[in-house]
Design a protein around this ligand. Structure first.
Ligand SMILES: [Zn+2]
Length: 340
């Protein structure tokens, strides 16, 4: 059973998955830094300023639970591998087409040396005017799946070791005051034969944690994932549905008392949805899931979209939510209590 937290949110709280397009000027500053033309301090100041800008953009759009847009992270696996002792990088490998990924290798016993994203959280907390912000962490299964394992005797052992490290990081975040952490596991269903132990291992990150934990799994086989809704020790599943034209909603019957982070705008398309399309999708999901268990988000991180389209998608999302909120307000339903 989910437990109530002492936090009130508007009904159908709106949030983002995490990443947001980096402002053009920030990309320019990163290039200057790599060329040795600005110092570390100036780069950090640029990251801070970018976070201020994108948090404001999210809040102006009406997002209830903003993120820092992952401004400081080049890539979701690399960022964590660079900050856990025991990884090394051999250089970029080709993943698809002409896209390269700086694939990390585990070459030694993994050690949690120091907090990874606590500073990110502290800065976001200082900048945001909202009662709750979202911190995202790449999950242990995805980090392992996208890395070379040259040290542990099995992938399973590696995922467990990573899970213990991520667990320590989440406990640190809780200590620092974070209320909502989302673990990103896009790779979770990619090897169905590993699901049984993968779910157990991923649960390791939740041990002893008393704040809200969500898990984001995208462009994945939800038939497989939904069999584990109950077993996965997370209160919320943030899933992508716009990209699949809101098919597969039936899998949400397996949610039990857990929550859905319902993806209503497609981040793989530049077409901007209409508020009515968003409202219509929410009406559909409300036929399956109680409204108090629905959060609204884009399908996935907005990072790869042009910034003005990302912004427009958030605005449309909130306008769609507001159509439904108005209908609910007439029935006296306006708030929910956040649960973990
Ligand atoms: Zn995603």
């Amino acid at each position: 059973m989910l437990k109530e937290m002492n936090i009130e949110l508007p009904i159908l709280p709106t949030t983002v998955i995490g990443s947001y397009p980096r402002p053009k000027w920030l990309r320019h500053m990163i290039r200057l830094y790599k060329a040795g033309r600005i110092d570390e301090k100036t780069l950090q100041e640029s990251f801070d300023d970018a976070v201020i800008a994108v948090v404001k953009e999210q809040e102006d759009a009406g997002i209830d639970i903003p993120s820092d847009g992952e401004m400081r992270r080049d890539e979701m696996v690399e960022y964590f591998a660079q900050r856990i002792k025991g990884f090394r990088f051999y250089g970029p490998v080709r993943v698809w087409g002409n896209n390269f990924f700086n694939k990390p290798a585990v070459v030694d016993k993994l050690v949690y040396e120091k907090p990874i994203v606590i500073d990110e959280y502290m800065f976001l907390r200082k900048v945001s005017r909202r009662p709750v912000v979202k911190v995202t962490i790449t999950g242990p299964y995805t980090i392992a799946d996208w890395s070379f394992n040259e040290y542990y005797s099995s992938k399973q052992e590696l995922v467990y070791e990573l899970a213990k490290i991520i667990n320590r990081e989440i406990l640190e975040l809780e200590k620092a005051g974070a209320k909502f952490v989302q673990v990103d596991e896009p790779a979770l269903t990619t090897h169905p034969e590993e699901m049984e132990w993968a779910v157990e291992a991923v649960n390791e990150v939740t041990k002893g944690v008393n704040i809200k934990l969500g898990i984001h799994v995208c462009y994945s086989n939800y038939e497989i994932l939904s069999k584990y809704f109950d077993k996965l020790n997370f209160s919320q599943f943030a899933l992508e549905f716009a990209n699949r034209s809101f098919r597969d909603l039936h899998i949400l019957k397996r949610l039990g008392d857990k929550e859905i982070g319902f993806g209503v705008v497609d981040v793989h398309s530049r077409r901007i949805e209409t508020p009515e399309e968003v409202a219509q999708a929410i009406r559909k999901v409300m036929e399956i899931v109680d409204v108090e268990r629905i959060y609204i988000n884009p399908d996935c991180g907005l990072k790869l979209l042009p910034r003005e389209i990302a912004k427009a998608k958030m605005e449309v999302m909130v306008r769609g939510v507001n159509i439904i909120r108005e209908e609910l307000r007439r029935k006296g339903v306006e708030k929910i209590i956040m649960r973990r």
